[in-house]
Write a protein that binds this ligand. Structure first.
Ligand code: DSN
Length: 447
């Protein structure tokens, strides 16, 4: 990865050294956390530009400070591109990240104590979809829907909950659900109970922009998204109001804008807003469409291969960018699997699975995704290799822990997991292969 930081090297060698090391880590490892991606060099340049020096509280044409001549244009350009890419009536591009974006929607539309209906965190939702430890579950009455025994959305059960609890907002959004969401079914439920339908497409916005995942725009009233996942922009977020949303409430754009500023945030990050604008421009190219298609082809190939090696995939597979594996049939704790794979330079995360019998900190699953490795140009051939490496490592770890008769409580200890990992020859062999593969597919910073 090109890490061009001559000034930092001069001014702060200690910090420069850490940045260079992180660049090397990204170059030599497979980025398989499905919410991560590699932003283009163009996006990265915008984020590091002079725009970070500017305060721009307010909105274009209505700011509280002078000197807005160019940043007004930047924000308007980004906003227009977002409205075009997602086919919406209004886009707010100031939200600092996904959690504040979702919170701003609640702040704009709800009174404390009002009801949100969202997907349970342990079943693939997000903290801000009503988890009890998050503001969304503290200030609002949150009701959660879960997946069915097959790990799939259960629209009938969601409708029952909606009719019973009469939520003001229904959140349709995922962070760990490997199948496409049926936006239309959610819309029918929301319309039936008079709720706003908010779709959180943080994981999906790049796929939607590429036209390889159905757009929620005809069904939702509000769409929120981060910009740094499949969309390949900088860290940031957007809140969009659809034409359907404006029809339900013509004041929605104003309500959302004033919830973001001044109710929740101060000055927007103009450097990130410019980066979002660039990512949106990149997402309109035919090349991005191919990129989106390849993400899904890669994920499906990987899923098929893993299944053939005896892995239990939640919901039976993947038709998106992500795969969730329930490792209980392999007898390996999510933590151990994720750490063992990281030792072989395959970086993903442990994750709860629906109806997990282990606590979230020692969850039974691992979650992986293909956006980052597809950005490096990897295709189906590489996914086949990857599945075989993942399988070899998990099987070797399972062998070691069973030979040593290690209990769940022992494996909860980080030192025990380190010992298991250190004793695996397979991990060392796979690591060498992964580094070779990474060299063949450098991180170029192109989109
Ligand atoms: N933390 C993100 C993810 O990994 O899915 C969601 O915010």
């Amino acid at each position: 990865m090109k890490v061009y930081i001559p000034q930092i090297k001069k001014v702060d060698p200690e910090m420069a050294d850490l940045i260079v090391k992180e660049g090397k880590r990204q170059e030599e490892t497979l980025m398989m956390i499905p919410s991560e991606n590699i932003a283009s060099e163009a996006v990265q340049q915008a984020v590091g530009s002079c725009l970070g020096n500017k305060y721009a509280e307010g909105y274009p044409g209505r700011r509280y400070y002078q000197g807005q001549e160019f940043v007004d244009h930047i924000e308007n350009l980004t906003k227009k591109r977002a409205e075009k890419v997602f086919g919406v009536a209004h886009a707010n591009v100031q939200a600092l990240s996904g959690s504040p974006a979702n919170l701003a929607v609640y702040l704009g539309l709800l009174k404390p104590g009002d009801t949100i209906l969202g997907l349970d965190l342990a079943h693939g939702g997000h903290l801000t979809h009503g988890a009890k430890v998050s503001t969304s579950g503290i200030y609002y009455k949150s009701v959660s829907y879960t997946l069915n025994k097959q790990g799939k959305m259960d629209y009938e059960a969601i409708e029952k909950l909606a009719l019973k609890h009469k939520p003001q907002i229904i959140v349709a959004g995922i962070t760990a659900y490997p199948l496409k969401v049926n936006w239309s079914k959610f819309a029918q439920i929301a319309d039936k109970v008079g709720a706003y339908l908010m779709t959180d497409i943080a994981h999906l916005s790049g796929l939607i922009a590429a036209g390889v995942y159905p757009s929620p725009a005809p069904y939702a009233h509000i769409i929120t998204t981060t910009t740094h996942k499949t969309l390949r922009g900088p860290r940031g977020a957007m809140i969009m109001v659809t034409k359907k949303g404006v029809k339900k409430n013509p004041d929605l754009p104003k309500i959302i804008d004033s919830a973001v500023f001044p109710r929740l945030q101060g000055g927007p990050h103009m450097n990130a807003i410019a980066g979002i604008g660039i990512a949106l421009k990149e997402s309109m190219s035919p090349r991005f469409k191919k990129y989106g298609e390849q993400i899904i082809k890669n994920s499906q190939t990987l899923a098929k291969e893993l299944k053939s090696k005896g892995f239990h995939l939640v919901a039976g597979g993947s038709n998106t960018h992500l795969i969730l594996i329930d490792l209980r049939n392999k007898g390996v704790m999510g933590n151990l699997a994720a750490e063992a794979l990281e030792a072989a330079n395959i970086v993903l995360n442990r994750n709860s699975v629906p109806f997990d019998t282990n606590p979230p900190f020692y969850s039974s699953g691992i979650r992986m995704g293909t956006p980052g490795i597809t950005s490096r140009g990897m295709k189906e051939k590489e996914m086949i290799k990857l599945a075989s490496w993942i399988s070899k490592i998990i099987d070797d770890i399972a062998r070691i822990q069973s030979e040593q008769e290690l209990t769940f409580d022992q494996i909860k200890k980080s030192a025990t997991r380190k010992k298991i990992i250190a004793s695996s020859k397979v991990i060392k062999e796979v690591k060498a292969e992964v580094i070779k593969l990474c060299k063949k597919f450098p991180v170029l910073g192109e989109y």
